[in-house]
Design a protein around this ligand. Structure first.
Ligand SMILES: *Cc1c(COP(=O)(O)O)cnc(C)c1O
Length: 397
């Protein structure tokens, strides 16, 4: 059987594993060696020159890390992948690999908080001009692309506003001016969205989130053609934001259940979004699966499922959030997402903690916006939990 033809849930279990086993163990080993030893000096040299497979030094490559990279590449349908200590390392390393003084980047206002900081602080420091457009304003985005740019950076769905961008349409505009198209696929996961088939050149993840799925390992990954990924790898191998073997193992193990988890999480997210929409204490619910979502049609076109993340704004803003959130029983009130546990976090303490109140306001993120990353618990318990917390809030108003 040709494993390339396997369904994605099967690939999540098997991809990248077989070439990286040892001692007949059925699981990929955690190789913690910093360096690799060679009695044959010529062989050592051949490995160093990549004429033979093998490893030299842990900042460059590692067998456990390589298994993780291969699994990611296969899930994204990419030729190659390279990994990083965190998602932000993946993002910043892409920028520093391809951008030079005088270059121009076009992106959106709703990108991840850390990414937005790259646009407002670090890239301008090296004379890279960064234009962040209104996220759903295609006229503005396409006009800025048409002025010429080196790189178009997209995120869909966005975190935490869960807006949807038409990746295919914008990638086409970027190709017309010869720009590199980079997509952060963290919220969608490879289960739901394949940006490379929509015209992206590179797709990246904060593996810390859904890929790992258990909130116990940080990591990042970039997938794409060998030609591009090799360049990003080269920047990383020298500058050193390397994924650690133990984290690579935890991510690998987490990924085996990726499809199971995401399928469950998005079925529950849809039910919870519908429940919240019917609640009088809620001002707005953002979830691309809702027919009322502004770009539900685009989500239907480019995604297989709508993901496990939604956000909602409580009437009464941050004061109401302070009353309601502590009442929840099945909830981590925490900065991460994509875990097996249901996780709640106001944008101002999570995705956009790096931003000032003014910056968040400029990004259109209300102070009382709460991100809800739905876990794998039974959805009836999650809805009952929300119900009692909202009843408590109602009694306090
Ligand atoms: C968390 C996150 C990142 C950053 O990843 P880290 O692993 O925390 O560095 C980037 N993009 C999105 C969409 C995220 O949710």
């Amino acid at each position: 059987m040709n494993q390339d033809q396997a369904h994605i849930g099967t690939k999540a279990v098997w991809a990248g594993e077989k070439n990286h086993r040892a001692f007949n163990a059925s699981q990929v080993p955690v190789v913690v060696s910093c360096a690799y030893t060679y009695d044959d000096i010529d062989q050592w040299y051949d490995v160093a020159l990549e004429k033979q497979p093998g490893h030299i030094y842990g900042r460059n490559t590692n067998p456990t890390v390589e298994a993780f990279e291969q699994k990611c590449a296969e899930l994204e349908g990419a030729e190659q992948a390279t990994s990083f200590a965190t998602g932000m390392a993946a993002i910043s390393n892409i920028f520093y690999t391809f951008l030079r003084p005088g270059d121009r980047v076009v992106s959106i206002k709703d990108s991840y908080g850390g990414t937005n900081k790259m646009f407002t602080e670090f890239l301008p420091n090296i004379d890279v001009e960064c234009v962040t457009c209104e996220t759903e304003d295609y006229d503005e985005i396409e006009a800025e692309i048409a002025k010429g740019c080196k790189l178009l950076y997209l995120e869909s769905p966005t975190n935490p506003t869960v807006k949807i961008l038409d990746i295919e349409r914008l990638a086409r505009a970027a190709k017309a001016v010869g720009a590199l198209v980079v997509v952060d696929n963290t919220l969608a996961t490879p289960i739901n969205q394949a940006p490379l088939t929509l015209g992206a050149d590179l797709v990246l993840h904060s593996a810390t989130k859904f890929l790992g799925g258990h909130a116990d390992a940080l990591g990042g990954v970039v997938c794409g053609s060998s030609e591009l990924v090799k360049q990003v790898y080269h920047y990383r191998e020298i500058t050193g934001a390397t994924l650690q073997p133990w984290d690579a193992y935890l991510l690998l193990r987490g990924m085996k259940t990726l499809e199971l988890r995401v399928t469950r999480q998005q079925t529950s997210a849809m039910q919870i979004a519908t429940y919240l929409q019917g609640c009088d204490l809620i001002e707005a619910v953002n979830y691309p699966g809702l027919p009322t979502h502004r770009h539900h049609d685009v989500a239907v076109k480019q995604m297989k499922g709508f993901g496990g993340v939604l956000s909602f704004a409580l009437k009464g803003g941050m004061d109401a959030v302070r009353i309601m959130l502590p009442q929840l029983q099945y909830a981590n009130r925490a900065a991460n997402l994509g875990a097996v546990e249901t996780t709640y976090g106001p944008a101002r303490t999570t995705s956009h903690v790096e931003c000032t109140a003014e910056e968040r306001a400029a990004l259109g993120i209300p102070d009382g916006l709460v991100r809800l990353s739905v876990g794998i618990e039974d959805v009836d318990d999650l809805i009952a939990d929300l119900d009692q917390a909202l009843a408590y809030l109602r009694a306090k108003l």
